[in-house]
Design a protein. Sequence first.
Length: 390
Amino acid sequence: MPQRRILLVNYEFPPLGGGAGTATKFHAWHLSKFGHDVEVVTAAHKGLARVSRRGSLVIRRIPALRRERGRSNPLEMMSYVASAVPYLMFRPGPKPDVMVSYHSIPSGLAAFPLSYLWGVPHVVLFRGGDVPGWLPGELDKMHRRTLRLNQLIVHHATSAHAVSQGLRDLAQPSFPGTNIGVLRNGVDTNHYHPPREGREDRKGPVRLLFAGRMTTQKGVDTLLGALGSDPLRSMNWVLDLAGGGPMLEHFLAMAQELGIRDRVKDRGWMERADLRCLYQEADIFVFPSRFEGMPNVVLEAISCGLPIIGTRITGIEEILREGENGFMIDVDDVGVCADRIAKLVNDKDLRLEMGRTARMDAVRFWSWKPRARELEQILESAIAGNPRQG
């Protein structure tokens, strides 16, 4: 692929946000290493430089009303769109050869005017919350209100891709006439690696880890219910809860009611480097989520050599191999969750073998560089197929 000017649009970028920001970071870095000029337009935040450069990669942070690093509400997202539209339309220098939006809404809404009026090829990457039907009950009203606008953005995009096959299948009926592709997540296998000294000689309780926002979506109540049941409650384990969120106090109270509060450690929201230490200190990663696109935390956990207990849902099903790198359970199945945790708590050899397999899977199948190559091919196809390009 010849050298291109590539513009990435995302309202969050590390240290802001979650999985989509992480994907933007590694896509941007690898695309710049491939020889392209890459610009990321994201939200400003207190203490972060408005412009930063690393070789041919430029990160620009434009004004937005974002208050917290870990999450953003709809008003804050729309404040980013209000800043991004004029910036993208009147940015200095030559227009980009191609642009990418992480989320059709809000990021695609910011990119749409430039794409439509100037004929810049536009690739939309669905991440989860922008797909109608994702998180039913919580996001139904928003999805109904934004459906026509979402369809307009995607209809005029050069191509659209979901982060997993399951998310693609969920999105497809809402966007008739658009053949949605798949561009999966990756993981930084150099940063996320098993502990140097290994887990073979560890003493003390088996360390369980959950990482994610404390919301109904993530199924922490399933995990706590399993840990509070017999015979698991009497086994030797501790649980780290990392991520913080609106339901944290509710879950801690639930642990108290179950009689396990003294073994549940609240780690709060954590920077990525600190979270890596938790992965390395852990023995088992449990992620009983109810809905996902493709969770970065599961990829990070397997890259750190942890066996996984996860639900049979979009994204996780594409990472886990039953009985090889972990176990899959049905959503809300407290009994099976307890059984699988107990199996790994009681069998050190099994969890070590599953952990080794998980690490090999991460290195073989989930590193970011090949994912960035896939994106590069998608962008070249978008440029080649755009009649207004050039």
